[in-house]
Design a protein around this ligand. Structure first.
Ligand code: ACO
Length: 325
């Protein structure tokens, strides 16, 4: 049997219409544009409308990715949706996306790894496609973090936003050539000892409420750069690719200082770093596909480019992927 690889066919993203600037936030809590920009690089974030839920954002991103791929929803037989802010406790928001796209075949499910969710979802879809279980996948990250923010807590509410992004992946026979396109490697990690450093203080089985996001920001920062660089080193070791041979570094867009420190530690040239956190804040699982969609639309990422993805978030979870676009 010939081996398969999963190739990126398209990418798309969606941000809700309502933008909330740092100046707007300064009217709500004791903060300033200067503090937020200096500590995080964030200038604005988008907030879902009252009648917009996570699956609505996901469907719009998925439709954009399908249009970018030149494919129809009926071509998709797997949907893996990364989210920590599902529409309901169950069913998975992925099935709402599936129904919204008019798909009744194949399978759809959610993956929950907080900010690392998109890379976990990508790895999951990649493995199913390589195994021959499905042919074409939508890998989506979609979040409405505005719904789990404590809007009176300035240490967290300034950091996050809502949004969605999606990739279309297709299983194709692997040529074995060194310039073979596709997902080259994925590396997933977690360590639940850190779960109290970034969590939501409610849940269906504990409080029967949704709860609000709580974070020890300094502790997250302290671990982030080491975890990110470790899991990227794993990707480099698995492939022989390194910081000099990647074309683009598309990190989870949480915080500009974490991204800059990671790039410096890894020796990645600043011009290879794709940064969109200024425009949408930390959208958790949506941030990587939002950044990918931006860099594809503006012509930076092109077919054949080597793209390095990484994320770190609640759990802690952390993950990397190398993709030849
Ligand atoms: N506006 C103004 N002042 C603020 C704000 C705010 N929004 N938030 C906190 N402060 C104050 C604090 O009260 C504190 O005041 P004090 O010195 O009088 O006590 C002061 O600013 C410094 O607070 P610190 O928490 O020490 O600030 P720090 O420099 O660590 O920056 C930040 C905070 C931005 C949260 C930082 O710790 C960080 O980036 N952590 C990583 C968090 C992150 O990115 N999480 C995302 C999820 S995980 C992931 O995706 C990787």
């Amino acid at each position: 049997m010939s081996s398969l690889t999963s190739v990126v066919r398209g990418v798309g993203a969606y941000l809700p219409a309502r933008a909330l600037s740092n100046a707007d936030l300064a009217q709500m809590v004791d903060t300033s544009d200067e503090w937020i920009v200096q500590r995080t690089g964030i200038r604005e974030r988008h907030i879902a409308a009252d009648d917009e839920v996570t699956s609505d954002l996901a469907i719009k991103a998925a439709q954009a990715a399908l249009a970018n791929a030149g494919l129809d929803a009926q071509d998709i037989d797997l949907i893996v949706l990364a989210t920590s802010t599902p529409d309901n406790t169950f069913p998975a928001s992925a099935v709402t996306v599936q129904a919204g796209l008019g798909i009744t075949h194949g399978a759809a499910f959610d993956v929950q790894a907080v900010c690392s969710g998109f890379v976990f979802a990508l790895a999951t879809a990649d493995n199913f496609l390589k195994a021959g279980s499905f042919r074409r996948a939508l890998v989506i990250g979609a979040e409405t973090f505005s719904r789990i923010l404590d809007w009176s807590d300035r240490t967290t509410c300034v950091l996050f936003g809502d949004g969605a992004g999606a990739l279309v992946l297709e299983a194709v026979p692997a040529s074995g050539a060194p310039d073979q396109r596709g997902v080259l490697t994925t590396h997933l990690r977690s360590d639940g000892r850190h779960k109290h450093k970034l969590y939501v203080d409610g849940g269906v089985s504990s409080t029967k409420t949704t709860g609000y996001l709580r974070m020890e920001g300094r502790e997250v920062f302290r671990h982030a750069v080491g975890m990110i660089t470790d899991v990227i080193t794993d990707a480099y070791n698995a492939t022989g690719i390194d910081s000099s041979t990647i074309d683009w570094f598309v990190p989870h867009q949480a915080n500009r200082r974490i991204i800059d420190a990671s790039a410096v530690k890894l020796g990645i040239a600043p011009e290879k770093v794709v940064l969109t956190v200024d425009r949408h804040g930390n959208t958790s699982a949506a941030s990587i596909p939002l950044a990918l969609a931006t860099a594809v639309a503006d012509g930076r990422i092109k077919a054949g480019d080597i793209v390095l993805l990484e994320a770190m978030g609640g759990g802690f979870t952390w993950a990397s992927a190398l993709v030849r676009w």
